[in-house]
Design a protein around this ligand. Structure first.
Ligand code: HEC
Length: 197
C-alpha cells in the first residue's frame, strides 16, 4: 500500500532528495552544442538529411515521439535512432556522423545524449542546480519532474493528481504525499496545471 505523507514532512523529503541528486541534463546547455559540433553540418536548414533538423526546436520536436519517423523516443534511448546511430562504432556504415564525414561523439557526449533522452528529451531550461534522480526508463506517467516551492527548494517527484489547493506527488520510492499548491513556485504551479489537463 502507498503511504500518504502529510505535507509537513516535505522539508525532510526535500533535504533527503537533494543529497542524492545529480545534475539534470539541460538541452540548451548540454545537448545543443554537441549537435552543433557533430550534426548540424547535415541536419540543419531546409535541406537537412532525412528531414531531421536539429537547428530548430520546432522541427526537432517533429521527430520526437513514438511515431514511425521519430528518431528520439523520450525515456527510451535504445529505441532512439539519434542515440543508437551516434553511438555505433565510427566505422559502421550506419554510424552518425557517417564514417569519415564528421567527428564521432566521445563517450561523455554519448552519455549526455543518452541521459537527456532518458530524462524525457525535454527542451525546458533547468535551473543550474536543479537536482534530478538517477535516470530510469519508466513510462510517461512515472516521469519525474523537478518541483520547486516558494522557498526555492526543489525536489524530484512524479505527478499523481491535483486539486485547486493540493498536488499529490510520488517519490522515487513509490510513496505519495500531498503538497499545498499555494506553496509551490509559479513555475511548478503551472507545471501542475499543465499535467492535470
Ligand atoms: C556528413 C553528413 C552527416 C552528419 C555530420 C550527420 N548525419 Fe545523420 N544523416 C546523414 C544522412 C546522409 C542521413 C540519411 C541516411 C540514410 O538515408 O540512410 C542521415 C540520417 C540520420 C538519421 C535518421 C535515420 C533514419 O533512418 O531515419 C538520424 C537520427 C541521424 N542522421 C542522426 C545524426 C546525428 C545525431 C548526428 C550527429 C551526431 C548526425 N546525424 C550527423 C548525414 C549526416
Amino acid at each position: 500500500m502507498k503511504k500518504m505523507r502529510p505535507f509537513s514532512t516535505l522539508a525532510a523529503v526535500v533535504t533527503s532528495f537533494s543529497s542524492t541528486a545529480v545534475l539534470a541534463v539541460d538541452y540548451e546547455r548540454d545537448i545543443q552544442p554537441i549537435l552543433k559540433d557533430h550534426c548540424f553540418k547535415c541536419h540543419s536548414g531546409p535541406k537537412a538529411k532525412r528531414k531531421v533538423r536539429y537547428d530548430n526546436v520546432r522541427y526537432f520536436k517533429e521527430v520526437i515521439g513514438t511515431h514511425e519517423d521519430a528518431v528520439v523516443v523520450p525515456g527510451d534511448p535504445e529505441r532512439s535512432k539519434m542515440y543508437k546511430l551516434s553511438s555505433l562504432p565510427p566505422t559502421s556504415t550506419d554510424a552518425m556522423p557517417p564514417p569519415r564525414r564528421g567527428e564521432p561523439l566521445n563517450s561523455a557526449e554519448k552519455a549526455l545524449i543518452r541521459k537527456w533522452i532518458e530524462e524525457g528529451a525535454s527542451f525546458e531550461s533547468k535551473p543550474e542546480d536543479a537536482p534530478s534522480t538517477t535516470p530510469t526508463s519508466e513510462p510517461d506517467s512515472n516521469k519525474v519532474h523537478t518541483w520547486s516551492n516558494t522557498d526555492g527548494k526543489t525536489l524530484e517527484a512524479a505527478f499523481v493528481a491535483a486539486t485547486a489547493t493540493m498536488v499529490t506527488l510520488r517519490k522515487e520510492d513509490g510513496s505519495e504525499f500531498n503538497y499545498p499548491v499555494a506553496k509551490l513556485s509559479a513555475e511548478s504551479r503551472k507545471l501542475a496545471a499543465d499535467l492535470a489537463k
